[in-house]
Design a protein around this ligand. Sequence first.
Ligand SMILES: Cc1ncc(COP(=O)(O)O)c(C=O)c1O
Length: 381
Amino acid sequence: MTAFADYGMTEFADRASKISISGIREVFEAAGEDAINLGLGQPDFPTPTHAREAAVDAIQSGDADAYTSNKGTLALREAIAGRYREDQGIDVDPEDVIATAGGSEALHLVMQAHVDPGDEVIYPDPGFVAYENLTHVAGGEPAPVPLREDLSLDPATVEEAITDDTAVFVVNSPANPTGAVQSERDMREFARIADEHDVVCVSDEVYEHIVFEGEHHSPAKFAETDNVVTVSACSKTYSMTGWRLGWVTASNRRIERMLRVHQYIQACASAPAQYAAEAALGGPQGVVDDMVAQFEERRDVVLDGLADMGLDVPEPSGAFYVMPKVPEGWVDAVLERDVVVVPGEAFGEHGEGYARISYATDVETLEDALDVMREATEAVR
Ligand SMILES: Cc1ncc(COP(=O)(O)O)c(C=O)c1O
C-alpha cells in the first residue's frame, strides 16, 4: 500500500487551519468507558412522542421525500412564528425565517452574510466554541470579551470593544457554558448598542425556554433598527439535538442575504426533521415545562453539593450548566476519578480557573458524581 506521504503536499485553506478541535471532545476521549459524563451539551430526555410520530407519518406518506422550499415548509415557519408570538409577544413574519440544520448552521449563515475578511466579531469569553470558529470560517477576526463576576455579559464591555471594524457582536442567553441569563435591562442595552453603533447583534437563544428565575428577553423586542438577528433551535427545548433543526429570523433583507448562502450549502433543512419540529413547536408545551422543572431540581442539587465542598459557584438561572471556580488541578483530579467535566479554558482564555458541569443527567448519577468531586477537591486542596 502506498503511504499518503508519498503523494505531493496539498495546501489547505487558511480558514480551516485556524479552526480548533473542540476541547470538549478532547476530554471525552480522555475519559474511561464507564465514566459519568457531565460534559454533554444535550438534554437526557426523549424527543416528545408527537414530534417523532409526525416525522414517521411524513416519511410513510412520502411527504418527506422531496426538497422543501429553501426556507423550510410554510407550516414549520408558521409554527416558529406562532411560538414567538405566544411566548415573547414578538411578531415574526414566516417569510422572515429560514429553517436550518440546527442552531449551528443558523450561526454560520449569520456570519457568512455579515462578516467580511478582517471584520471583528465580539463574543463572550468564556462562550460557546462556535463563535470563534465560525468567525474564522468567515475570514473575520475574533474579539472575545470577558464576563462580569456573575458570568453574565456586561453591555458596557461590548460597547467598549466596538471598533470601526466591528461587524457583529454575539449575545447568548441563557448561556453555554455559564448558565447565566441576561436581564431585560441588559437586553435593552444590547439592542441600543446594535442600533447606535450600526453593528449586527446576533442573539443566540437556543436555551430560551430553559430559564428558572426571571424571564427570557430577546434584544429583538427592543431594537429600533433591523440590526438584531435571532438564532434558535428545537435542539435543547425539545431534546432534539440529533434531528438538526434550528432557524434564524431577521428582517427580510437580511434573511434574503442569508438565504443565498443557505441555498448552496444546504438547499433546505432535512424534511423529516421539519415535520417533527412543526409538531414539537405547535403541540403541547407541557413537556418543556416538565423538563425545565427537572433541570431546576438538578441545578439545586449540584449548587448545594459544590457549595458544600467550599467551591465558589456563580448561581446560574438557565440552560443546564454550572460553572464553578475550581482550584488548580481540579479538573484533572475529577477526570482521573472517571467523571467528565470540561475545563473552563475550552470556552476561552477567561474560562481558565473554572469548570463546566452539565447536569443533563439524573439526580442519583449527579449525587455519585458530586461524591467524586468532593474527593477530588480534598485531594487538590
Ligand atoms: C449556545 C449554543 N448555541 C448553539 C448551539 C448549536 O445548537 P444545535 O445543536 O442546534 O446546532 C449550541 C449547542 O450546544 C449552544 O450551546
